[in-house]
Design a protein around this ligand. Structure first.
Ligand code: MG
Length: 369
């Protein structure tokens, strides 16, 4: 496959419900979409989901857009097979994983479309409905947290992931567990907000029969995660700690996780995510696909990935309406607690006409052969 053109399409989006995590509040974002066109005219779409104002794996949204501009021309003048576009070796550069993922996932979409294949099949899986969980952000008031959880359960979600941070954790989790009842799947995510000094405090989470605690310590604190995994009955899930293949192998070797959140954007591409899926499956470690406030473009490719059989736990990619009043694609809608993968080749979705008609949309050619 040869790429003739790469185009950036940036669309300002506001979130229906600002999401607060231990990193800060996300109230709006610019959807950074990328379109690749092959010399044969096949088109594929990807999305750069680097968060604004948060340096996550080294780059925020603005820096990542610079990376996108620098990396797009590397797709030209060579044969491109998305299965080989490893983030560490194929591009000849280090880092820039969000931008590489955007370009690589667009290449996957174009590849799948040009072969008349659904993306999930191109990735080696079979289409299946995906049961999503829903993320509930940090609230100052526990009563507000409980109201938010009640609303999401009424919408049909069967799993809840609660964001926690020091000072807004044990009592909030207790109240949410009481609201949900003992059998409901409940997870917590700290986004690395605790220090190893908080060890005894984190053991208090064992009382609540959580499915897991996600990334309690900073990304580099592998030993602290390993020790918590040994001493706590709550399974430990890693997110920010796992960027490279070596990170994953080291985490497994040290016993730092019994669950892994694989985000294709964080690891630099769908091919790297599929490779990690294989390692986790062979190791018998539970895994799931995590979201980063994707629009329908990124959501569709994450859901295709989440349908692979080794992703044994619920993704936190909710329906479009959880995030945006108006999505860039046909919205993903929760029906009977599940999201269905779109029909059709590739991801099965593309941007709707309003995206191109909106005067706030910025369209730029990044590369043309
Ligand atoms: Mg997380």
């Amino acid at each position: 496959m040869r790429i003739a053109e790469v185009t950036s399409v940036r669309v300002p989006m506001s979130l229906v419900d600002p999401l607060r995590t231990s990193h800060g509040v996300h109230a709006s974002r610019t959807a950074s979409l990328v379109r690749v066109t092959t010399v044969d005219g096949a088109v594929g779409w990807g999305e750069d989901v680097a968060p604004a104002g948060v340096t996550y794996v080294g780059e925020d949204a603005a820096a990542s857009f610079g990376s996108l501009m620098r990396h797009a021309p590397l797709l030209g003048g060579r044969e491109v097979h998305p299965g080989e576009m490893n983030a560490d070796s194929w591009w000849g550069t280090q880092g820039s994983r969000f931008a590489k993922h955007a370009l690589e996932s667009a290449a996957w979409d174009a590849f799948a479309r040009s072969h008349g294949l659904a993306l999930v099949r191109a990735l080696g899986g079979e289409p299946r409905p995906v049961t999503p969980g829903v993320v509930v952000g940090v609230h100052d008031d526990i009563a507000d947290t409980v109201v938010a959880v009640r609303r999401r359960v009424a919408e049909g979600y069967r799993r809840v992931k609660l964001k926690i941070e020091p000072g807004r954790d044990i009592d909030a989790v207790r109240a949410v567990r009481a609201e949900l009842g003992p059998g409901f799947a409940l997870q917590v995510d700290a986004n690395g907000a605790y220090s190893p000094d908080d060890f005894a405090h984190l053991l208090l989470l064992d009382e609540f029969a959580l499915q897991f605690v996600e990334q309690p310590f900073a990304a580099h604190e592998l030993q602290a995660h390993a020790e918590l995994a040994r001493r706590a009955s709550t399974p430990v899930c890693l997110d920010e700690s796992i960027v490279t293949h070596d990170d994953l192998l080291r985490a497994i070797d040290t016993g730092a996780c019994s669950v892994v959140n694989v985000k294709p954007s964080r690891v630099g591409g769908l091919a790297d995510a599929v490779a990690m899926h294989a390692v986790l499956r062979d190791a018998g470690i539970d895994a799931w696909v995590g979201g980063m406030l994707e629009t329908g473009i990124g959501r569709a490719s994450c859901l295709a990935l989440a349908a692979l059989p080794g992703f044994t736990l619920t993704t936190d990619l909710g329906a479009s309406g959880r995030y945006f009043a108006r999505d860039v694609t046909e919205p993903f809608v929760l029906r009977d607690g599940v999201l269905t993968l779109p029909e059709g080749p590739g991801t099965g979705v593309e941007p709707l006409p309003w995206v191109f008609d909106d005067p706030a949309t910025v369209i730029e050619t990044l590369f043309r052969a």
